[in-house]
Structures are given as structure tokens and as C-alpha cells.
Design a protein around this ligand. Sequence first.
Ligand SMILES: [Zn+2]
Length: 335
Amino acid sequence: MEPADPKTSRLVDRRLLLKLSMAGGLAAVVSPPGVAQAQDAQPLLAARPMPIVDTRFPAEMAPGVFVLPDKRIPLVPNIGIIVGREKVLVVDCGMGVENAEKVMRLAGQLAPGRQIVLTVTHAHPEHGFGAQVFKPDGRIYYNATQRDYLQRSGATLLDGFRTGVLPPTQKHLLDGVVLTPPDETYDGAQAVLDLGGRMVEFRTWGTAHTPGDQIIYLPQEGIVFAGDLLEERMFPIVPLFPPMITSGDIDVARWEIVLNDIRRLEPRLIVPGHGNLGGVEIAEDVLAYFSAMRSLVRAGGRSVSDLQSEIRAKYPTWENSEFISPALQYFQQGA
Ligand SMILES: [Zn+2]
């Protein structure tokens, strides 16, 4: 599906360049997962770099469509800044007040004089807990299901991240976070926002990775911002972490429907929640992973640790193997 027109080719070239440069940067600082595990028995969290968003080098993927790459730093999301004539849309703002302030500042620099609108792909803390900084001048916009989930579970997520997810050296990043509802929401599956000369589509399917996940879709440019519905070469987070997140807040069957719908959009570029940018192969990889895991669990007769090792071995280059176990548990519960 190699596109032919010059605009698209440029987009693809940039994508490849970004992939290459990020892969190079990564190789310099991180060992392959297998090597790191063999040499170092430390818990993964303890060795993790500080999840600070680097706002220095926004990459322009199409005119006026910027991405702040996550640099594959855990708990840093890929962030979008989409510029219109009247408004600029920020897609996710990272975890905590400091990150959100940096992202807001950058949006102001890339789109001076425009009204800032923040949207959050989903209600997990590393994507938007810090959103309060946008309140005075900007507007916060997403769907009603995500709003309700934030209202219902935001405090639990905040507490769970402080006590169970973040290492002690990183807890301060959540200091001063005030759970902040959106100014406006859309009901139903879809909405369109006119930024001024640029239409942005919001689509939600209900509960998949979280209640109220949404993708942000630029039909003209063929770009999808997918949040954690997609991660690239990382074990997908089926976030079964009770009591912080229970199976009622996850629906992998619907998640698969979402990913097939994303494929049908035939996007030229997918911005996953975490990991390198790419095309529909990112969605295909995640679909294959769910399908493989479901088959393994249904086949039965194997110990959990056997299954874990088999899955780990099947994806030798994928990161974050700690997320294999909650996914296995989810499928074992018969979902
Ligand atoms: Zn998430």
C-alpha cells in the first residue's frame, strides 16, 4: 500500500527517518530487553528513566501536525499538537503538572494566538493527569464516557499510581494534580472539531483499553492518534490491576473491533500511545498478539509461567514484558 503522491511520499520519508533516528537514539541508551533481563535482576520500574516529556524537538508529520515522540520512555506518551487557523488541539499532555505546562507552552509557541484545546486519548494518569494547567486559557474536550470514568475512578488511579506504579523517585511528578473534568464532551461514537481550516474527528467505541478511549483522526492527512489502544513493539497494556482497575473497565473483544476499524481507515500514519510511529502493521501486530494469547489460554493445560515464557519468546524485541501477566489473567477469566 505504498502511496504514490508526493505529499504522501514526503510523509512516509519523514516517518522512516523518524523511525531510524529514534532507533539509533534508543540503541545508544537501552540494551535489548532479553540482555537487560539476563544481566540485571532489578525490578523494571527501579531502572526506569524519569517520565519527563521532551518538548525540544516536535516532529512535523504533515503541515501543522506535530508529534512529540515519547523516546520510548515508559510513562511518557506520544503527544500530538495539531494547528488550525483558529484553534490548536493538543492530544495528551503527559503525566503531572510540570509536563502539562511544558506541552501547553509549546502549543502556544507552535500556534501563537490560537485558542488551545486539550483532548485526552484516555483517562490513564500518564496521558492527562495535569490537565488542570490548560483550564485558565484553554478548553478541555473529549467524550462523556471518559469523563464519567475519570469522575468515578480518577482518585483511585491517582492513588494507585502513587502507591503501586511509580517508583519512590517519581511520585513527586503527581504532586499538585487536581482531577479536572472536561469543559465540553460529545455523546455517542463520533464528533468533529473544526480547528479552522482543519477538521479533526474524534471516535470512541466505549470500553476497550479503558472506558471511553478515543482515537483522534485527521481524515485529510490520514493520521490516527490511537492512545494506548496501540503501542508499538511493546506488550499491550491490558490493565487488569485490581483494585485500581478491574476487568469491568476493560473489554478486549471490543478493543479488537476498534483495531479492525482503525485498519479500515487505512491511515498513512499511526501515532501509538507509546513507541515509534508507523502504519497499520502496528494494529495488526496487536491483533495477532491478542489472538495468540487467547488461543494459548483456551488450549489450556499449561502453567502460567510456561505461557509467560512462550509469549515472551514469541516477541523477542517487544518491551514491557511485565504486561504479559495481567493480559493472561484477563483471558483466563474467560473474557
Ligand atoms: Zn493507558
